[in-house]
Write a new protein. Structure first.
Lengths: 353, 360
């Protein structure tokens, strides 16, 4: 599914981050290009959590990194607090990064193994020369206690002495040292056991509330994304499929891809809800083909059409444009579920099946 | 000229399950003392059934599956107990005997499909190899069998893909090849160690469907080792929950999800985020960390983190006890959903035991 268009963007004045027509391409052999992110737009309001879901290779991590200009996007705008980050010098960008922090998937490799916890968490303050050394330690003590760690007993230890969950908590403490406004979480719980995952998710929610953070939460796990997000954006092969508030998206997915993703998770978590477990298979109900099309030569028109059970001729010709099908529920699909077909599709004489 | 078949045939013993594991212990000798990774695990598995082994990292589930198969190195490992597979005692089997069983009668699918395949050998040969070795098939027969296996695990254009190298396939496709190789010789038992971890949800749903279908077609017994309770639901007949090297609960899947008795199982079930809950639902957490396997606490190993803990739990280790439901066993002195359990929880909440405070 490909989706272009900006119908889902809200008032530019209100948003803290506004991404418009973001494109990220990487060079590939023989002069070709990997179309990692192709013309996506979204915005985030202050205090909001935006969840980005999709399968591996859909460009969700690239999007998160492009916000931080790591690397600079090929084209498009990333407006943060009214400033377009793509036009900034690297020094100005360095200043902005204090307000936009990131937590990565693998907490162990994101902590430098030879440093002590104190060095790790104090470094942001040292770089920016914030406060006296007592102030810094004071701040580190506070942030570590926020993540349920005691400064005096952990400050001299090194990352290998901690479990993976504890390392993730140190990463969170470090990210919050400079009091950022935005926290980008790139698969922060994917490597964790379910009980540790619950601790980290609760912790992120607490931190968000206490420090008024805005979060962008990237994950492939729909249940995790639903738990933390206010608004959810579904990506497929570098395009946005659907954007809506979490409740609406999960209760009434309109994009066939969103539905396929949800079915896959529902089948695997059905017995978790104590209702009777019906042994149905995924293929019976949804797509039979789950291979990702190539991002070097993406399908024409809607990029999801090769996997889509509803695809028709027009899907290969014309890329669907993002449109509102319900209040604050946007989809880029010619034949969305539970909504009329797009005007282009109707004009071309296709009916909604 | 006929080649020798390198396969050890096993006979099912009448009225006995295919696999019986009795009081299996696997300890490692390390510089920090003896690490009790698997400590007295017993279970059995009937022909054609699926058993899920669930636990967090470090609970010993992977060591258990390797210990059952006999895949652990001989040095510094203490392995006690008995593993009977058909009429073979796996604990005392010679390496030659095991070689005749591995791949032929017992197969394994590992977590990372990409590293399980040999990167410099074409996909087809990774399957024909065991057919030629174990079943003494001719080149042509083996090739034809491999193509039909590729087809049955859902690889498109099998004739062409036989010639591909592993790096040309996606992770999900590699896992299908690994599964095809594992079932090539028609094993009676398939062990799948985290078969879908690292795969996308849609792919993982398909791989689990595939395992299910193959199991029914071939009447295999399957053991799925996983940390994800969602994976086992609706796909396994029975579930074993492991904690710190021991089985803490064992039940038919539906019974376990409806009627968990062991507080650890209850906590695991509650800590997973669910699609049916509204956004920003507070998740249940298990306080503390799993115990150090080289220095286990006295009594119940879950006691330091348990909301139901009583003085008895810290002194005496609970044995596996039978619940009212058939084939449901649990190890707990104050089980969830019983009057003793309710009383224990209330007392702890009244006394302000931290572990009990978050439990609703």
């Amino acid at each position: 599914m490909a989706g272009i268009g900006t119908a889902h963007l809200r008032d530019a004045e209100q948003s803290i981050i506004r991404v418009e027509h973001l494109v990220v391409e990487f060079p590939a052999p023989r002069g070709q290009k990997v179309h990692a992110v192709s013309d996506i737009s979204f915005d985030v309001l202050p205090g909001e959590t935006l969840g980005i879901v999709g399968e591996s290779g859909c460009g969700k991590s690239t999007t998160g990194r492009a916000l931080l200009q790591l690397p600079k996007p090929t084209s498009g705008k990333v407006v943060f607090e009214g400033v377009d980050l793509t036009g900034l010098t690297s020094e100005a960008m360095r200043q902005v990064r204090t307000k936009m922090q990131v937590i990565f998937q693998d907490p162990i490799s994101s902590l430098y193994p030879r440093r002590t916890v104190a060095e790790l968490v104090l470094e942001p303050l040292a770089i920016w020369d914030v406060g006296s050394s007592e102030d810094r330690v004071q701040r580190a003590r506070l942030m570590l206690s926020e993540v349920n760690m005691d400064y005096d007993s952990v400050s001299w230890r090194r990352p290998y002495e901690f479990s993976i969950g504890q390392c993730q908590r140190i990463s969170i403490a470090r990210a919050l040292m400079l009091n950022p406004r935005v926290l980008i979480c790139d698969e922060p719980v994917s490597a964790l056991d379910v009980s540790v995952q619950a601790q980290i998710l609760n912790l992120l929610e607490d931190m968000k509330r206490r420090y008024g953070l805005t979060m962008i939460f990237i994950s492939h796990d729909l249940a995790v994304v639903k738990n933390v997000s206010d608004r959810v954006l579904v990506m497929f092969l570098g395009k946005v499929c659907e954007v809506a508030d979490a409740e609406s998206l999960y209760s009434a997915p309109a994009h066939p891809y969103t539905r396929a993703l949800l079915m896959a998770s529902v089948i695997s978590s059905r017995a978790l809800s104590r209702a009777g477990a019906q042994p149905t298979t995924f293929a019976e109900e949804e797509e039979t083909q789950t291979e990702m099309p190539s991002s070097v030569t993406p399908p024409s028109g809607c990029r999801y059409r090769t996997r889509c059970p509803r695809a028709q001729e027009i899907c290969g010709v014309q890329e669907p444009i993002m449109r509102e099908i319900k209040t604050d529920h946007f989809v880029a699909c010619h034949f969305p579920l539970g909504a009329p077909a797009s005007t282009e599709a109707t004009a071309a004489g296709h009916s909604n099946t | 000229m006929s080649r020798k078949r390198h396969v050890r045939d096993i006979d099912d013993l009448e009225d006995r399950p295919l696999l019986e594991v009795e009081n299996l212990k696997t300890y490692f000798q390390t510089g920090h003392g003896i690490v009790k990774s698997v400590d007295g695990v017993s279970f059995d598995l009937e022909r054609g059934r699926t058993l899920a082994i669930v636990g967090e990292s470090g609970s010993g589930k992977t060591v258990l599956s390797r210990s059952v198969m006999g895949l652990l190195p001989p040095q510094n490992v203490i392995r006690e107990g008995r593993v009977r597979f058909g009429d073979v005692d796996l604990t005392n089997a010679s390496p030659q005997e095991l070689r005749g069983l591995w791949g032929a009668q017992i197969s394994m699918v590992f977590q990372d499909p990409v590293t399980s395949l040999n990167p410099v050998v074409r996909a087809g040969r990774q399957i024909t190899e065991s057919l030629r070795y174990h079943l003494a098939m001719s080149r042509q027969d083996a090739k034809e069998t491999a193509i039909s296996l590729f087809r049955s695990v859902g690889i498109p254009e099998p004739e062409n893909r036989m010639q591909w190298y592993p790096h040309q396939f996606s992770g999900g496709m590699c896992q299908r090849i690994v599964i095809a190789a594992a079932i090539a010789c028609g094993p009676k038992l398939l062990l799948a160690d985290e078969p879908t971890t690292g795969l996308d949800v849609t792919v993982s749903a398909q791989i689990l469907d595939l395992l299910n279908r193959l199991q029914q077609e071939r009447y295999m017994s399957v053991i799925i080792v996983t940390h994800d309770l969602g994976v086992v639901t609706g796909r396994s007949d029975d579930v074993i929950v492991m904690y710190a090297g021991q089985v803490v609960e064992r039940a038919p899947t539906t019974t376990l999800f409806r009627d968990a008795r062991m507080p650890y199982t209850e906590a695991l079930l509650k800590s997973a985020p669910r699609l049916s809950n509204p956004s920003h639902t507070r998740l249940h957490t298990i306080p503390g960390n799993p115990p150090n396997p080289a220095n286990l606490p006295k009594g119940c190993r879950f006691a330091p983190r348990c909301p139901y803990v009583q003085p008895k739990c810290r002194e005496e280790e609970p044995p596996l006890r039978q619940a009212e439901a058939p084939r449901h066993w649990y190890a707990c002195w104050y089980p969830v959903g019983t009057p003793e359990g309710v009383r224990a929880l209330e007392e702890n909440q009244a006394a302000g035991v931290p572990a009990a405070m978050g439990v609703v």
